[in-house]
Write a protein of this length. Structure first.
Length: 360
């Protein structure tokens, strides 16, 4: 018979001794509550602390709900290495809500999930402060979330974040590939940098291969490498919804993993072809730095990164100028990328990239 005994029979056993600090979790909730209260909407029912978040849909006649879940990938490793946790939440919100607006959905609310090796209330508060700021920028409510302490599975200082955003669009206003027509114009909206994709390659090239320090100032970037890599992802939700309300927008394309062409293919229907002119914009310096330092081929760069374009609007030719003017008024750097045409043949690719980028 096998018996199990303790070498310290009188020592107390507790959840805290196993690595989970409930008191720290309670303190984290205390610290994040003011941030969560910033990110709200009139339709929110109840408050922070309930088992479920509540949201009324009363004003919509024929609502179609849209939902999207995402994370921020290995950009987290940069935030953790720098000990800077207050912007990663903006990235998280951006990755979720800007997927929703592609179909014309207005982001209503978001719920987050934080898995962490050890709860440090101040760190949790910084993460949630960023999430709340992202929600404010997107016009949605932070309806709740979950923080899970995982001692033994994650090291102290390690964490991962994910979220689900829910939006709504009236059935008659639903955007998508079925609305795209030959003659439509592609309007690109500048990214703020790498956004939240391609960091495994960026980190390998810049940190591992080149050995550049995150706190080292790079003259061509005008700031430290770490500051550049943690530049928050731009949130386009309000800008896209404003365009859709005033212009004949047929769909949007959120440029994330897979690059510009890879994502644009998802919204161009069979029988049509989008031609994108690289000369229409100049990618930010960080892309050139990665390509040069790592000797990364242009095709690999375009397949991995957004190359300076974070969102694309597919708009009727008649509203081209109006859309560009609206984006300029909203302080968005926007440019005509190209046009949608009938495909020259049945097997033709849905997206064709032409020309070269200026000064790249």
């Amino acid at each position: 018979m096998t018996s199990v005994s303790s070498s310290q029979p009188d020592s107390p056993v507790s959840y805290a001794a196993a690595g989970v600090d409930i008191a720290a979790g309670d303190r984290a909730v205390e610290l994040i509550t003011p941030h969560a209260k910033r990110a709200t909407r009139p339709e929110v029912r109840g408050g922070i602390g309930g088992f479920a978040g509540l949201f009324a849909l009363g004003k919509y006649k024929e609502p179609i709900l849209a939902a999207g879940s995402d994370g921020v990938g290995t950009k987290l490793a940069v935030a953790q290495a720098m000990g800077k946790h207050d912007t990663i939440g903006i990235d998280l919100v951006a990755m979720c809500v800007d997927d929703l607006v592609v179909c014309g959905a207005e982001p209503l609310f978001l719920q987050d999930y934080i898995a962490i090796g050890k709860v440090v209330p101040e760190h949790i508060a910084q993460i949630v402060a960023g999430i709340a700021e992202g929600c404010v920028q997107a016009g949605c409510a932070l309806l709740g979330g979950e923080t899970a302490e995982h001692p033994g599975l994650m090291k102290e200082g390690e964490y991962d974040v994910s979220a689900t955003a829910v939006g709504v669009v009236e059935a008659d206003d639903l955007l998508g590939p079925d609305r795209v027509r030959a003659g439509d114009i592609l309007i690109g909206m500048a990214s703020s940098g790498l956004h939240s994709n391609g960091y495994s390659l960026a980190r390998y090239v810049l940190l591992e291969k080149a050995g550049l320090p995150l706190d080292g100032h790079l003259e061509e970037l005008g700031r430290t490498l770490g500051e550049e890599l943690l530049e928050p992802t731009r949130i386009y939700a309000k800008d896209c919804l404003a365009l859709a309300s005033e212009c004949d927008i047929h769909t949007f394309c959120h440029v994330t993993g897979g690059g510009l062409a890879g994502n644009l293919e998802r919204v161009i229907p069979e029988g049509l072809q989008a031609t994108v002119k690289r000369g229409a914009w100049t990618p930010q310096q960080i892309f050139r730095t990665i390509a040069t330092v790592g000797k990364v081929p242009a095709a690999e760069m375009e397949k991995t990164f957004n190359m300076g374009v974070g969102m694309i609007a597919v708009v009727s030719a008649a509203d081209r100028d109006r859309a560009l003017a609206m984006l300029a008024a909203r302080h968005i750097d926007a440019f005509e990328l190209g046009v949608v045409e009938d495909a020259p043949e049945e097997a033709a690719p849905r997206v064709v990239m032409t020309g070269t980028h200026p000064n790249y």
